[in-house]
Design a protein around this ligand. Sequence first.
Ligand code: NI
Length: 253
Amino acid sequence: MEFFDSHAHYNDEKFEEDRDEIIDLIYQNGITRTVCVGYNLIKSKEALKIAEKKDFIFASAGISPNDIDDFEKRKLEEIEILAKNKKVVAIGEIGLDYYWNKENKNDQKELFIKQIEIANRLEKPIIIHTRDASIDTIEILKEHPVNKKGIFHCCPLNQELIKEGLKLGFYISFSGNITFKNAKSEEAVKLVPLDRILIETDSPYLTPEPFRGQRNDSRKVKLVATKIAEIKNLKQEEIANITYENANKIFNI
Ligand code: NI
C-alpha cells in the first residue's frame, strides 16, 4: 500500500538531527510521495533543496501569514524564481491567520493576493493556511480566482469554510486533527466527496492520537487514512489509493 502525505515540513528544525534517516524511513514504510512545504523564503529554499535530493519528495514555496516579516518585494521575486523549478508543485503555504495576529489584516491580505498572482503567472495551485479567517479567505478567493485551484491544508473543521472551498473547486486536506476528540471531525469528513479529499501530517506538528504530543512524521499519515476510512465506511487501502490519485492530480505530478 502506498500513501501520499500532501503536507509535511522536513525543512523544520525539529528534523535537524535525523532528517535523512527519517526521510528514508518514511519511504520504506510506504509513504512514497510527499510535499515539503515552505512558509518563508529561507524555508522554501530548504524545502526545494530537500526535494532535489529525493525523487519522491516535492516542494512548495511561499510566505505564510505568520512569516509576514518576509513581506518584501525582493523576497516575493525570489519566491517566484524558486517556484519556477519543476520540483516546486505549489505556492504555499499562504493565506490568513487572525488567531496569531489580527493587527495586520490588511498586510496579510495583500501578501496572500500577491502570491495568488504568482501562482497564476506560473500556472501552479496554492496551499492555503487559514485560521480564524474563513470569511476573508473565501472572499479573497472569489475576487482573485486561482486558475489551478489548490488545497485547504489541515482543514479547520469548519463546515461553512469546507462547503465554500469545495464550491470554488478546492481540495480539502485532513491531518491528525481529525483523530482528536472532537465531534466536528466526523461531520467535516462526511462533507467532502472522495474526489476532493487529501491526507497529510503537517509533520512535525499535529501528531494523531494516540501519539499526540510526540514529534510527527509522514508514517502517521496512515492513522489519518484509517480515520477517514472509518467515517466513510471504506477500507484504509481505498482511502490510500484515492488520496494518492487526488494529490497527483492537484499537484500535476
Ligand atoms: Ni504546515
